[in-house]
Design a protein around this ligand. Structure first.
Ligand SMILES: [Zn+2]
Length: 386
């Protein structure tokens, strides 16, 4: 059952259960934390615990409420999350349970399929980062539907819970629609919101919520999670932990997207540039294409940032245990001896500039890669002094 798949935040669960036990649970919540850390999983877990009908340990997994929500079929627990609006002109069906089929917001069947895919993937692995190819957000119409749902009495006469994921991705001004409800949710109701970037939220929302931040996993928890998925990985667990920022969802993505292969390619580039500047033009030709077409969640600029960060750590007397790419110590140690500290820091800044330029669409990705490689060459060709 889905509840067995949610673990790793003992302190958080204790604090949340104490609120339920003390009769202080009603109201609005904001769960924050890094990407893939389990915000959705714990919002879901808490909604189930809040509505659980058992007197013993909650969520019990056995009562009518728990069994219904485990299949996403609870009439009083509703989930809202950003989704893509595909084939926007075809308004055929409602895509969320809380939308009234007669009067609610309608979308295309393709959109409904994507919404269902999200739920199926979360059911299989609540920590999973579910990406949509098309741009996704939470449109105003469904927020209105949700507000209407919140104004109705619970179907089963007990508690009601609403989860709104990635609340910063609501359409502009949408928060205003919910503000009153967030400030004063109906009796016996919780509204649980999640956000990776709470600093982007209006202060009016945050000030009305009980805010909890999810903690990073450690190696043991991460291993437990990856083992439970039976994911075959050639990646070193220490590398996965660090590269993912100790986030289970990110670790899964890193394995599935073969980030290690791209990382090794980036290391290969550094090795060649640090070793022999003369073959630079060859590298440009060989790697250019692959660097550009890599559309993995962890992009090439990030991979080079990891490497430069590692070089800085080693240069400052850090150990292999302190670096992200701890599974490739030789390349990093030998590259570190060929660049000065100053140049490493300068390169880190250059990379940030390139990232900003790409983000603003001021430059073509291929131009950015050429720029990045020539900066790296500059950085390594100056004599290593510090
Ligand atoms: Zn239960």
């Amino acid at each position: 059952m889905i509840f067995d798949k949610i673990f790793g935040q003992e302190q958080l669960t204790e604090r949340l259960l104490a609120l339920i036990d003390g009769g202080r649970a009603d109201g609005s919540y904001l769960l924050t934390g890094t990407k893939g850390i389990g915000k959705w999983a714990y919002a879901f877990w808490y909604a189930a615990a809040y509505c659980c009908q058992s007197d013993a340990e909650v969520p019990c997994g056995e009562c009518k409420s728990c069994r219904a929500i485990a299949n996403f079929q609870h009439p009083d627990i509703q989930l809202l999350f950003p989704f893509p609006n595909l084939e926007a002109s075809k308004k055929q069906v409602t895509v969320f349970q809380f939308s009234d089929p007669n009067s609610g917001a309608k979308f295309s069947k393709a959109t409904a399929e994507e919404v269902n895919r999200f739920l199926e993937e979360k059911k299989a692995d609540p920590f999973r980062i579910v990406n949509f190819e098309a741009k996704s957000n939470i449109p105003a119409e469904v927020v209105r539907d949700l507000r209407k749902f919140l104004s109705l009495r619970p179907m089963w006469g007990g508690h009601k819970a609403v989860i709104i994921s990635d609340i910063e991705r609501m359409a502009p001004r949408c928060a205003d629609l919910l503000l009153k409800t967030i400030e004063e949710p109906p009796k016996n109701t919780v509204i649980i919101m999640t956000s990776m970037i709470p600093e982007k939220l209006p202060a009016t929302i945050i000030s009305r919520c009980k805010v909890f931040t999810l903690k990073a996993f450690d190696d043991t928890l991460l291993k437990k999670y990856l083992t439970s998925l039976k994911l075959e990985s050639k990646s070193n667990i220490h590398f996965l932990s660090r590269a993912s920022g100790y986030s289970p969802g990110m670790a899964r993505l890193i394995i599935e997207e073969n980030v290690v292969e791209n990382r090794d390619m980036a290391l290969g580039v550094i090795k060649s540039i640090a070793g022999d500047g003369r073959i630079f033009s060859k590298i440009l030709n060989e790697y250019d294409q692959e660097l550009v077409v890599s559309n993995s969640s962890v992009d090439m600029i990030t991979l080079f940032q990891w490497i430069l960060r590692d070089l800085a750590v080693l240069k400052n007397g850090g150990q292999v245990d302190d670096i992200i790419n701890c599974d490739r110590p030789e390349i990093l140690s030998s590259s570190a001896s060929r660049i000065s500290k100053e140049n490493i820091y300068r390169l880190i800044e250059d990379l940030n500039d390139i990232r900003t330029a790409v983000g603003l669409s001021n430059v073509m990705p291929s131009t950015a890669v050429r720029h990045l490689l020539s900066k790296l060459k500059e950085g390594f060709s100056a004599k290593a002094s510090a």
